[in-house]
Each structure stands twice: as C-alpha cells, then as structure tokens.
Write a protein that binds this ligand. Structure first.
Ligand SMILES: [Zn+2]
Length: 325
C-alpha cells in the first residue's frame, strides 16, 4: 500500500513535469499558428475598376444608384448580414437627398468587434481641376480605393473567419462638401454627411466597436500615410498598432512614423459623436499645396491613379491587424 502511494507520488510528479512544458509548447504553437490570409491586390483593383465603371458616384446620380445596388449585392455574396441605412439630408446647395450607408457585418454574435470605414460616394464637382470644374469626378482613388480594399477584405472574411467580429461601414455623401468659392451661404459641417448621420443614428442599438479604421485615398502610387492629428488624439494605440504591423511586414515606406495636421474626414465625426476611437489612413503628400494626392478632386483621379502595390501595403497590413486581434 505504502509503495503504491510512493508510486502515485512519483507518477504525479512526472505528470506535472511533463505536462507543463507541453502546455506551454502548445500555447506557443497556437500563437505561431495564426495564419493571416494573403491580400489579393488584383482583386481589390478589380473592385475599384468595377465602381469606376458606373461613372461618377455623387449622391442621387445614376452611377451612385447603380453602384449602391452592386455594393449591396456584392457584400451579400460574402455575408448574410448586409444592410443599407437610409437617411434624409440637405446639402449646402439646398438640395434634398436620401443617403445610403452600406453596412456588411461579420460574426454578428461576437461582442468583441472592430469597425472598418470608407466613403463610397465621389465628388460631384472637380473644383481642384483647371477645366470642367463643374463636372463630377470618377474618384478612383478618392472613394473607390478604400471601398475596393474593404470589399477584398470582406471576401477574405468569408473564406476564413477572423476571431473577432468586424463591421464594414461604407459612408455616403462624404464628398459633397461646400467648395471654397461657393456662392451659397456658408454651411457648417457640409462634408461627411453619411458619417454624421451614422454616428447619430447607429445601425444597431448600443453598437460598439473597440476601435475603428477609416480608409480614404489609399490607392495612389507611392502614397505615404502619416499620423494625422485627430487620429493621434483619439486613437494613438490603434495608430501605433497599425503602423508597427506595417513596418513588420516591410511596408515602412508607405506607413511613416510622422505627425501631420488634422483633416476633417469621416473619422472626425465618428470620434466626436460616438465612443469608438477611430483613425484615418489617408494619403499625406508633402509635395502638393493641399498635402493631398496631386489628382485630388480632379478628372485625373481615374484608374491610372491606382497602384496595386499601395493597395497591397494597406490591405495586407489591415488583414494582419484583424486576424491577430
Ligand atoms: Zn474627396
């Protein structure tokens, strides 16, 4: 009997010694096992081309109408949880519109969520061009690029579910802001009407995401992304996380650790109105007067303004962020 106890004691000791390192090993293996999908920049490029094929997508235009239908149906091939949020707005020129924010959700049952944003409308005028200033622009980069990257991400989510829940929220009427030389009376907050509407009327009661990432103008050749001031104020942790991941993946020439001036973009209203700390990944160009891409709000913002390497840098970095959360 006594011998049996001794035997049991040594057996337990052996078991304790042998399991602990094994458990540690398997935890390590689990950590190493997270496989981040490979972003397909050809696919993202195609999704931009498709949007541009509808023509300019300024609110209430024919191209806008057709593109909205395509976006909704496209997302429905990746998730059953797609909704189009409609809202009444009046633009600076006194026109009334019904805006459409297009929302695709993944793993709706999960409370641990992240929101990814972009605007899907395009500017109704080319106020920074030298000719045809009153004609609407194609917005391949300004509008199309962020959406193209996010549709490709949706495709990846449908193939392999990330551990966290994700909401892709495409804002309408970001780019219908009042131009500088406008004859209309000055309207406050004339830009970002879709995000203002969503921030005040979220698509789901008590909606919360731990953080948000907005993509805007993420497709131009050799684009650089800096730490924009509003993003740094509200979402310093997310900024650091995203930029570090980008550097780890070898995209340090796109994601620069440098502060830059504030930009009133959709993330401004998300941050000011909701409790979701949101950053903006937006091109900062030190060589232009506006610090935006040189083709910003001109007719040259077409498919020639899109570079697959930039799409890949942004898309792969975002997949890394989402799949390691
Ligand atoms: Zn714009």
């Amino acid at each position: 009997m006594f011998r049996n106890y001794i035997f049991l004691f040594f057996y337990c000791l052996l078991f304790a010694c042998s399991t602990e390192p094994d458990q540690k090993k398997s935890q390590k293996q689990n950590k190493a096992k997270i496989e981040v999908p490979v972003f397909n920049a050809d696919s993202a490029y195609y999704f931009i081309e498709k949007q541009v094929s509808f023509g300019p997508r300024a609110i209430s235009s024919k191209g806008w109408e057709n593109c909205a239908i395509w976006l909704e149906n496209k997302f429905k091939t990746y998730t059953p949880n797609v909704m189009v949020q409609e809202g009444s707005i009046t633009t600076y020129d006194g026109k009334n519109h019904t805006l459409k924010n297009i929302i695709a959700s993944f793993s709706v049952e999960k409370n641990n969520r992240v929101a990814l944003f972009a605007h899907w409308d395009t500017r109704h005028i080319a106020d920074h061009d030298t000719k045809n200033k009153n004609a609407p622009i194609l917005g391949a980069n300004d509008g199309g690029s962020g959406v193209g990257v996010l549709i490709e991400m949706a495709r990846q989510f449908s193939i392999k579910n990330p551990k966290i829940g994700v909401d892709i929220i495409l804002f309408d009427a970001e780019d219908y802001g009042q131009p500088e030389d406008s004859d209309y009376p000055i309207m406050q907050d004339s830009w970002c009407l879709g995000s203002q509407y969503w921030a005040k009327n979220q698509h789901k009661q008590n909606y919360f995401a731990r953080f948000g990432i907005l993509l805007d103008m993420v497709g131009a050749k050799d684009a650089t992304f800096t730490h924009e001031e509003i993003s740094a104020y509200y979402g310093q942790n997310t900024l650091q996380k995203v930029w570090r991941k980008a550097h780890k993946l070898g995209f340090g020439n796109y994601f620069i650790f440098q502060n830059s001036k504030q930009i009133v973009d959709d993330h401004y209203y998300v941050n000011a109105i909701t409790a979701i700390p949101t950053i903006d990944i937006i091109e900062y160009n030190p060589s232009t007067e506006t610090n935006f891409n040189k083709h910003w709000h001109t007719h040259k913002d077409d498919m020639d303004n899109i570079d697959k390497n930039t799409l890949n840098a942004v898309g792969q970095t975002l997949l890394e962020v989402i799949y390691t959360e």
